[in-house]
Design a protein around this ligand. Structure first.
Ligand SMILES: Nc1ncnc2c1ncn2[C@@H]1O[C@H](COP(=O)(O)OP(=O)(O)OP(=O)(O)O)[C@@H](O)[C@H]1O
Ligand SMILES: [Mg+2]
Ligand SMILES: [Zn+2]
Length: 572
């Protein structure tokens, strides 16, 4: 491909609205352009890389025996009503009506659509197992679209749905996807960490997310240095090690605490550690108030809280609700109360001893609070987040924390959709049974951004051979027509040999061309200039290395082929 016929609008300056490296480089290298908030278009160079990733995903899915479909993007509201998610999907789902008033969603995911499709096609155990997938656009009205294509409103997902007769079958389908995911990400050149993930209120089932460690990741991972335990913070458990406080139980007493509200202010006021406080926050769980009580030095984990309550949504209650249910302004809630409010306690609270908590009265706290004597632990569940240094739930070692980008997710769904949408097949004895499902997603655009996050330097992108838009970048440094013709000949030689080459045939300085080559980052740079015209030597350099090598013309093609093979081999 000749540069002068192509379109690579590189930018010299860093775009002001790009906060992360991949976003900045995708804009600067002319791979994408912003269309509007949270929406991006791909230019030819960017789309070539995206397609390479799509091809890898497709190959590995086919290898794992999955079958490719193409589903409509408009999914009718009736489908979502059948599963009960028309309401549950909330405002992230974009809803529209056609001219007759029929309601649709622009699909944020396709569980319903695939379950309905399989329901209408499959009727016997002989048709299963089945793993149906597609590579298609998803729409999500994200609260905070950001980091370019990493979190956008419209993106391409590979989504797969497996249908099996029983749990063993599901386990086989799940493991096949797990292997496929490992292959996909390593072929794309990215290191991923599979971590245990939240399974929602259904609980029990397996779920793993494939994470790319990165400072810009939005997920927090807890990793055990001594055993295999790795989990998303949303889900991570930890061994409780806090000892129960010693000494005699004090009397319950009221302490005036004018204008002392936050845990830090309280710790200073009472001259003790934050862990002595019973932090009590009022949440709305599907609209109903509930008090969550945790030690003062711990954060409430809203995902765990939601699961423990079996709620679809939990959010901090507005001030007016807090005042209503506690009888005091925000900051003075506590479990010692005669008011009837549902309360849920972290297990650490049963160890509390002479604790301090809000008195449900303005400017007042209780001290000398002891569980069972002063309040009842009515409901108990792990509702706090594990943090760095907490003990691994399996082996007790102090865990580390890292940030990660979620690029893929595999999940044993169970019977949720086959039961709610009544998908059955006849088993061997002729009885109608519900198949069991798994679902498996990869964000293709986010994967591309993750590749760039892991493969760049101060000059630009350093594409892995497997997903690079072009394998080689030919730079001409020619002044005369004769010299230009000589470079054209090298270009013809490369493209004639089936090598994907981008040929910088512009009338521009060597400096400009090299800077662009470094920015857009093709794995092999070939320079034809003075040394070729004088000595017949072509300069070959890997983007990932600083040293160039001079190769005589007759060895050139073999050398390039060898490099491509070697670079390719690094990611298989
Ligand atoms: N807004 C988005 N933009 C780009 N890719 C996305 C977006 N949301 C999800 N993905 C990708 O789709 C994959 C499968 O979707 P899934 O529903 O599991 O994501 P999710 O749990 O909503 O992700 P997140 O927690 O980041 O919002 C994710 O692993 C991710 O790679
Ligand atoms: Mg999401
Ligand atoms: Zn461990």
């Amino acid at each position: 491909m000749r540069f002068t016929r192509y379109l690579v609008p590189t930018l010299r300056e860093d775009p002001s609205d790009a906060a992360v490296t991949s976003h900045r480089l995708m804009l600067r290298a002319g791979l994408i352009r912003k269309e509007s908030a949270g929406m991006y278009l791909y230019l030819p160079l960017g789309f070539r890389a995206l397609r390479k990733i799509i091809d890898i995903v497709r190959e590995e899915m086919e290898r794992a025996g999955a079958l490719e479909f193409l589903m409509p993007e408009l999914t009718s509201a009736d489908l979502w009503r059948e599963s009960g998610r028309w309401e549950a999907m909330g405002r992230e789902m974009i809803r529209i009506k056609d001219r007759n008033g029929q309601e649709y969603a622009l699909a944020p995911t396709h569980e319903e659509a695939f379950t309905a499709a399989v329901r209408s096609i499959v009727s016997s155990y002989r048709d299963l197992p089945l793993n149906a997938y597609q590579i298609n656009t998803k729409f999500r009205d994200e609260i905070r679209p950001r980091y370019g294509v990493m979190r956008s409103k419209e993106f391409i997902m590979k989504d797969a749905y497996s249908f099996d007769m029983d749990e063993e079958g599901l386990e086989r389908s799940y493991q096949a996807m797990r292997r496929a995911y490992r292959n996909i990400f390593s072929r794309c050149g990215i290191d991923t960490i599979p971590v245990e993930a939240d399974t929602g209120s259904m609980g029990g089932s397996d779920s793993e997310e494939f994470m790319v460690a990165s400072e810009v990741g939005e997920e927090v991972l807890l990793l055990c240095p001594d055993c295999a335990y790795k989990a998303n913070q949303e889900r991570a458990e930890y061994k409780r090690t806090e000892p129960k406080g010693g000494g005699p139980a004090e009397e319950l007493r009221v302490v005036d605490t004018p204008n002392v509200k936050t845990i830090d202010e309280l710790a200073a006021f009472f001259k003790c550690g934050a862990e002595r406080f019973l932090k009590s926050l009022i949440y709305l769980a599907d609209g109903k108030p509930v008090m969550a009580v945790v030690p003062g030095d711990r954060e409430i984990n809203e995902v765990k809280l939601k699961n423990a309550l079996g709620a679809l949504e939990v959010e901090l209650a507005p001030d007016s609700v807090v005042e209503d249910v506690t009888g005091a302004p925000v900051g003075f809630a506590g479990p010692v109360t005669k008011k009837k409010i549902r309360a849920i306690f972290d297990p650490a609270i049963s160890n509390a001893h002479n604790a301090i908590t809000g008195a449900n009265e303005r400017d007042r706290h209780f001290a000398g609070v002891n569980p069972e004597r002063d309040f009842q632990i009515t409901e108990q569940a792990d509702i706090t987040s594990a943090v760095k240094g907490d003990a691994c739930p399996r082996c007790g070692a102090a865990m580390n924390e890292r940030k990660g980008i979620e690029v893929g997710h595999i999940f044993k769904l169970g019977y949720k959709y086959t039961k709610s949408m009544n998908l059955t097949v006849l088993d061997e004895s002729g009885k109608a049974v519900h198949p069991i499902m798994g679902c498996y997603g990869i964000g293709v655009n986010r994967t591309m951004a993750a590749v760039i996050e892991q493969h760049n330097d101060e000059k630009g992108i350093v594409w892995p051979m497997t997903v690079a838009p072009f394998q080689a970048h030919l730079v001409a440094i020619a002044k005369t027509d004769e010299e230009t013709a000589a470079v054209d000949e090298i270009y013809d030689m490369l493209s004639g040999a089936g090598i994907d080459v981008l040929y910088d045939d512009r009338r521009a300085s060597a400096g400009v061309k090299f800077a662009d080559a470094d920015l857009i980052g093709m794995p092999i740079r070939v320079t034809v200039g003075k040394s070729y015209f004088k000595d017949g030597e072509i300069e070959v350099k890997l983007r990932s290395e600083s040293e160039a090598k001079r190769v005589p013309k007759d060895e050139f093609l073999g050398h390039i082929r060898g490099l491509i093979e070697k670079e390719w081999g690094r990611y298989t």
